[in-house]
Design a protein around this ligand. Structure first.
Ligand SMILES: C[S@@+](CC[C@H](N)C(=O)[O-])C[C@H]1O[C@@H](n2cnc3c(N)ncnc32)[C@H](O)[C@@H]1O
Length: 298
């Protein structure tokens, strides 16, 4: 029977389990579900070609994995010593943090674990280019006013595109300014909107225009053509849906990245509606909290 392994975020495993429905087994934060891979917004890494093998020795496991490809990362919620031995018999994988805006590594990255001493579970391909879907960047600890920029860097890395110098971006719910900083440092022109103030050093960046008002009061026609609309407004999903539908209806935006903030069980109707918009993708990023990132492209 085909099975697929989905690696969840340590804090949001219940969300992943609910999303997958029938789960055959849980191995740490790796959930095994029946059938071929399917879309799972809460998975950090989907093991796209999940297989089992009986191995009599570490050497046999290493030969099997090495024959498939070079790069493997070990997941070891149990049997840590034995998994480390197996990892040690495989080529070294540097997995250095990405220096944004350089792209994520393109080489295939496999994952493996031991379910028992002899039961090797592995996949030569994963949905994420990062080990266990943990998107690591060379961080800037000085310039940005908070760490929210990592969420936007991760979204752009996932989408494999980002704003270019001179493009117009609208940042809704922008204070204190992590996202606006990320956009401005790419050379974009940023219309940054929040009811709360922007950090002064971000407001002073070249290309930043700050509008202190409600994100819901801006009419798309007043802005003109927008290459990227990004939105991190703290609001219920249904309210976000209404806001995004207004911008989509205006037809002036090329791409959107928006955070969908969730409370309790979320708002299944609004989430379904957001996911059903043609051109939309939705997933939990490594840097997301209890929220999902929704992306759309015309
Ligand atoms: C998570 S914070 C945004 C962080 C921001 N992306 C950053 O990188 O610094 C959410 C923001 O939504 C703003 N917000 C909430 N309701 C709003 C509204 N109606 N209009 C504009 N901003 C709003 C809050 O003031 C808050 O600054």
């Amino acid at each position: 029977m085909t099975q697929t392994a989905y690696l969840g975020h340590p804090r949001y495993l219940d969300e992943l389990e609910r999303e997958l429905g029938a789960v055959i087994a849980r191995h740490g934060r790796l959930l095994l579900a029946p059938g071929p891979p399917r879309a799972a917004a809460w998975a950090q890494n989907v093991w796209l070609d999940t297989r089992h093998a009986r191995i009599a020795s570490i050497g046999e496991g290493a030969r099997l994995l090495r024959a498939l490809q070079r790069n493997w990362v070990a997941y070891a919620p149990v049997l840590g010593g034995r998994v480390r031995l197996l990892a040690g018999a495989l080529p070294y994988v540097a997995a250095r943090p990405v220096r944004f805006p350089e792209p994520a590594p393109a080489a295939p990255l496999g994952s493996f674990t031991l379910l028992s001493r002899e039961d090797l579970l592995y996949s030569a391909r994963g949905s994420s280019p990062f080990p266990h879907g943990e998107a690591r960047f060379v961080e800037d600890h000085r310039a940005p006013p908070n760490r929210a920029y990592l969420k936007l860097w991760e979204a752009f890395t996932w989408l494999k595109e980002h704003p270019r110098a001179g493009e117009t971006c609208v940042d809704l719910g922008s204070a204190p300014g992590g996202w606006t900083w990320a956009l401005a440092t790419l050379g974009a022109r940023v219309i940054s909107v929040d009811k709360a103030p922007l950090a002064p050093e971000v407001a002073a960046l070249p290309g930043v225009e700050f509008l202190r008002q409600s994100a819901f009061a801006i009419h798309p026609d007043s802005v003109g053509s927008v290459a990227w609309l990004v939105c991190d407004v703290a609001c219920y999903p249904a309210r976000l849906l209404g806001l995004l539908e207004r911008w989509l209806a205006a037809g002036t935006v090329e791409r959107i990245v928006a955070t969908v903030k969730l409370q309790g069980a979320g708002d299944p109707d609004a989430l379904r509606a957001l996911g059903g918009i043609p051109g939309a993708r939705i997933r939990h990023l490594w840097h997301n909290r209890h929220e999902l990132t929704w992306a759309w492209r015309a």
